[in-house]
Design a protein around this ligand. Structure first.
Ligand code: R5P
Length: 297
């Protein structure tokens, strides 16, 4: 097996290659003055190739990813697996207005045409039950960082109340809470715009409680900030935050801390100063299983 990674993915790629005990090679890029990219891969690839590419800030990366996949096939990869710790466009899973493009479905089709399998972590699959449904005819593996984040929370804040800031985060929060024997509850969210959300707290007494908000992704940070303001206004002793995907766009982190949040923790799916737990062992185990299954077929 050969692991390929773009130059800005090395923080995750190196320990992943070590865990997989396989060679790591960079996808070399040259950016032309007109904005096009020339990619260069190792000239001879083995049959099994894994390409690591997180899709935060996805638009430019997608072109390069599809080119790299096609190039890898030409250079010998017969079984090509994408490891994308953050899989973008998963939230746009239905047409909310006539004419709206259902990006989840179409990005899934593009990836299915390019890769034999896709491994990701906590994709936002709200209205569908499995990643396989997004990748017609291919294998999709959705891992979860929620148990790792739950374990971190249990160590850092014993007896914490885990709170999902919206119904979509409920499965992750339930899994994390149950694994650690922590209490959990779920808020209700209404989104009025990119940066306008209203969060209704669950009907429970949070006075004096150490609350930890757990979500799959923090983008503008408004969801977490609203939820944090709410629980602090109701008398919570502290509010911390744990997310799988630390996008934290623009002033997001300032918004979250400005709302009274004490600590912000995240997995290393997206490189960020808040990373405290690593998904490398999860990814390595999943890739090992995929490889063993492929060899059996
Ligand atoms: C959506 O429901 C997700 O689970 C997150 O709650 C949401 O994407 C966070 O977005 P933002 O940080 O922009 O409020």
């Amino acid at each position: 097996m050969q692991l390929l990674a773009f130059d800005d993915e090395m923080a995750l790629a190196r320990p992943l290659a070590e865990a997989l005990q396989c060679p790591l090679a960079p996808v070399q890029r040259h950016r032309f003055p007109d904005g096009e990219t020339r990619l260069r891969l190792p000239p001879a690839l083995p049959a099994q190739v894994v390409l690591l590419r997180g899709l935060q800030d996805p638009n430019a990366k997608l072109t390069e990813l599809l080119l790299a996949a096609a190039g890898a096939r030409e250079l010998g990869a017969r079984r090509l697996t994408l490891v994308s710790p953050y899989l973008a466009y998963m939230r746009q899973d239905m047409a909310f207005a006539p004419g709206e493009v259902v990006s989840q479905r179409h990005l899934g089709a593009l990836l299915a045409a390019a890769f034999d399998a896709v491994v990701t972590v906590d994709p936002h699959l709200h209205r569908i039950s499995s990643l396989d449904e997004v990748l017609p005819g291919r294998r999709g593996l959705a891992l979860s960082a929620a148990p790792l984040l739950g374990a971190h929370v249990a160590r850092a804040v014993p007896g914490a109340l885990l709170l999902a800031p919206d119904e979509e985060a409920a499965p992750w929060v339930r899994a994390a809470a149950q694994a650690q024997g922590l209490q959990h509850a779920v808020c209700r969210k209404q989104r009025h715009g990119d940066r306008e959300v209203a969060v209704a707290l669950p009907d429970m007494d949070v006075r004096g409680r150490a609350v930890v908000l757990l979500d799959d992704v923090a983008s503008t940070g408004r969801t977490l900030a609203e939820a944090a303001r709410g629980v602090l206004a109701q008398g919570a002793a502290s509010v911390d935050v744990a997310v799988t995907h630390a996008l934290f766009i623009g002033d997001a982190l300032a918004q979250v801390h400005g709302a009274g949040v004490r600590h912000v923790w995240s997995s290393d799916c997206v490189p960020h100063a808040s990373n405290v737990v690593s998904v490398v062992p999860l990814l390595a185990q999943a890739l090992g299983t995929l490889q063993a299954n492929a060899e059996r077929v």
